[in-house]
Design a protein around this ligand. Structure first.
Ligand code: TRP
Length: 330
């Protein structure tokens, strides 16, 4: 436990899958249970792409229910919806005035759109809304609002945390020391988490296994994992096998060694390996899945937890806004 403040946001753009679980959610919960942590569902950040309110609502509940079901300690962690914090709208507006437009032009996701449009020979800003363009400012506001020290994110978000530092620096230079400098912490897991087809598990490849899929669906998905065509008696390479890669993230050291043995020795068919994988994942997740299902059918309980979190987050945020207003407006 440090006295550092940890903060991260999770965008409610899809049902969390095993890749999210292993790569982000599980390590985040471990970190959150030992430190003072703010975790919010970044529903405002979803708005630039997601136009269906019921999707945002569903995925917000899914993420919250999942964090709770997986054992997030709510005495330590403050779990809330971004849109419940009025100071976030205020701070992002204030930060607009110290953020150079050129900085936004350099943001990876905006640049990617510009490049795509350029290649297609259409207007560079085609399909770019201001939510996308100013996304890094809203994210800087998220980070700076709670005096965060450490921001755990995926590698794709590193630039955004660096922008938050830049923006904090511009602000502090203009108005005096107001914001702390946050540090990005990039999650490092060993290897990629492969999806059903062996490529990285990702919603955009349509190869995911939802964390809390019902048992029968979990089994069906695992049985569909693509393998090579080695016969049961043949030795197999664990290190290129999706089954084995996934197993490593759920099993104990000795179980992993056992399965490796079975791959290398030959005599085990892929069907049997899949059954072992299914049993393992299912047993690790079964208890949390029950809790998750309970919460998803009692969303009023999730609402209560999120609004408690919002009250705690707002108390901190309002102090920051008072400080910012004083610095900028006197
Ligand atoms: N942009 C992040 C993502 O897409 C989510 C996010 C929003 C976030 N605000 C944040 C992450 C603040 C860390 C800190 O994953």
């Amino acid at each position: 436990m440090t006295d550092k403040i940890i903060l991260t946001g999770i965008k409610p753009t899809g049902t969390p899958h095993l890749g999210n679980y292993v790569g982000a959610l599980k390590p985040l919960i471990e970190m959150a249970n030992e430190n003072k942590t703010f975790i919010f569902i970044a529903d405002l950040h979803a708005l630039n792409t997601m136009k269906n309110p019921s999707d945002i609502r569903l995925h917000t509940y899914e993420i919250a229910a999942m964090m709770i079901a997986l054992g997030l300690n709510l005495n330590n962690a403050v779990l809330f919806r971004q849109s419940d914090i009025l100071p976030i709208y205020q701070l992002s507006n204030f930060l607009m005035n110290v953020t150079p437009k050129g900085l936004m032009n350099r943001a990876h996701s905006y640049k990617a759109m510009v490049e795509k449009n350029t290649d297609a020979g259409i207007d560079v800003d085609s399909g770019v809304n201001m939510g996308l363009y100013t996304y890094p400012i809203l994210m800087a506001a998220d980070i700076l609002l709670y005096d965060s020290d450490i921001v755990p994110v995926g590698a794709d978000q590193k630039q955004h945390v660096e922008f938050a530092r830049d923006i904090a620096g511009y602000f502090n230079n203009t108005y005096g020391e107001t914001f702390k400098m946050p540090e990005p912490v990039i999650g490092k897991i060993n290897g990629i988490i492969p999806g059903l087809d062996g490529r990285k598990m990702s919603k955009s490849y349509d190869n995911t296994i939802p964390v809390f899929a019902p048992e029968s669906e979990l089994k069906k998905k695992i049985m569909r994992i693509i393998t090579d065509s080695k016969l049961p008696e043949e030795p197999k390479d664990p290190d290129t096998s999706t089954i084995f890669q996934l197993y490593q993230h759920f099993a104990s050291e000795s179980e992993i060694n056992d399965l490796r043995e079975k791959f290398v020795r030959g005599g085990m068919g892929y069907g049997d390996a899949k059954k072992i994988l299914f049993e393992k994942i299912n047993s690790v997740l079964a208890e949390s899945r029950e809790k998750y299902n309970y919460l998803m059918s009692h969303t009023d309980e999730i609402d209560k937890i999120l609004s408690d979190g919002a009250a705690r987050a707002n108390a901190v945020a309002e102090k920051t806004i008072a400080r910012v207003k004083k610095a900028m407006l006197g």
